[in-house]
Ligand binder design. Structure first.
Ligand SMILES: NC(=O)c1ccc[n+]([C@@H]2O[C@H](COP(=O)([O-])OP(=O)(O)OC[C@H]3O[C@@H](n4cnc5c(N)ncnc54)[C@H](OP(=O)(O)O)[C@@H]3O)[C@@H](O)[C@H]2O)c1
Length: 220
């Protein structure tokens, strides 16, 4: 059965993707910085994507193993306001970029030997809020971080495509989670079902794009 590693698997979209993949028989390395979820076909892994020692422990755990899919789902949002929102401190920038950008890159690097063994695929959960083509004011820090996350996916797809590893970026929709809020448009079930269908379709020929969970391409 395929093996998938997913970050931020303890709640929200990450938990629902993990549950669905395990339910269809995949082995899921379910990563969380604290209390990773457990269950049948779940391998709980403690992983903080911003901590070098945590990433090094992940590399060691994956020694000699093959990974069919990596889902970089862990994400952080600070500040939803306009330019004067006091939430945009230098500390907040460091924190959000550490998770949404550095964390994505370092997780991919830690998993790369295992992905190479299976010619696996990489899915980065980004956001259409990072699309410059669809720019709006507000949430500047989050938007900038997701623009960078999409950019990383597209650039990595060029290099890794040559060795058969496909990389895609995805917008999960506006989802009812702690981050999306109770008034968001769709449920985690709808988002996760769509995202998994997109991951299943991902290959080197269609990689390097930003896709809505339901499949439409989003200009970035
Ligand atoms: N919800 C939406 O409407 C929406 C829309 C567009 C994109 N997204 C993206 O979709 C992804 C999942 O979002 P969500 O709505 O499910 O968010 P969420 O409910 O806020 O969950 C965020 C997840 O990321 C984890 N995380 C944060 N910092 C981490 C770190 N340093 N190391 C490891 N894990 C970390 C959290 O773990 P803890 O429990 O330990 O904090 C949690 O599991 C994110 O990348 C988000 O940006 C969401």
């Amino acid at each position: 059965m395929p093996t998938t590693l997913i970050t931020g698997a303890n709640r929200g979209i990450g938990l629902e993707i993990s549950r669905r993949l395990a339910a269809r028989g995949d082995n899921v390395l379910a990563c969380a910085r604290a209390h990773p979820p457990t269950g049948e076909r779940f391998e709980p892994v403690e992983l903080d994507v911003t901590m070098e020692d945590s990433l090094a422990a992940l590399s060691t755990r994956l020694d000699g193993r093959a990974l069919d899919l990596l889902v970089c789902n862990a994400g952080r949002l600070i500040g939803r306001g306009g330019v004067d929102d006091p939430a945009y401190s230098a500390e907040a920038f460091a924190e959000v970029l550490a998770v949404n950008v550095t964390g994505v890159f370092m997780t991919i690097r830690a998993c790369l030997p295992a992905l190479r063994r299976a010619k696996g695929r990489i899915a980065v959960i980004s956001s259409q809020m990072g699309s410059s083509a669809r720019a709006k004011g507000a949430a500047y820090l989050y938007r900038a971080s997701k623009a960078a996350a999409t950019n990383l996916s597209v650039s990595l797809s060029k290099e890794l495509g040559d060795e058969g590893i496909a990389v895609g970026a995805y917008h999960p929709g506006w989802v009812r989670t702690d981050m999306g809020g109770g008034g968001a448009a769709i449920s985690v079930e709808e988002s996760a079902a769509g995202l998994i269908a997109r991951f299943d379709e991902l290959n080197v020929a269609n990689a390097g794009r930003l896709l809505f969970y339901s499949g439409e391409e989003i200009p970035f």
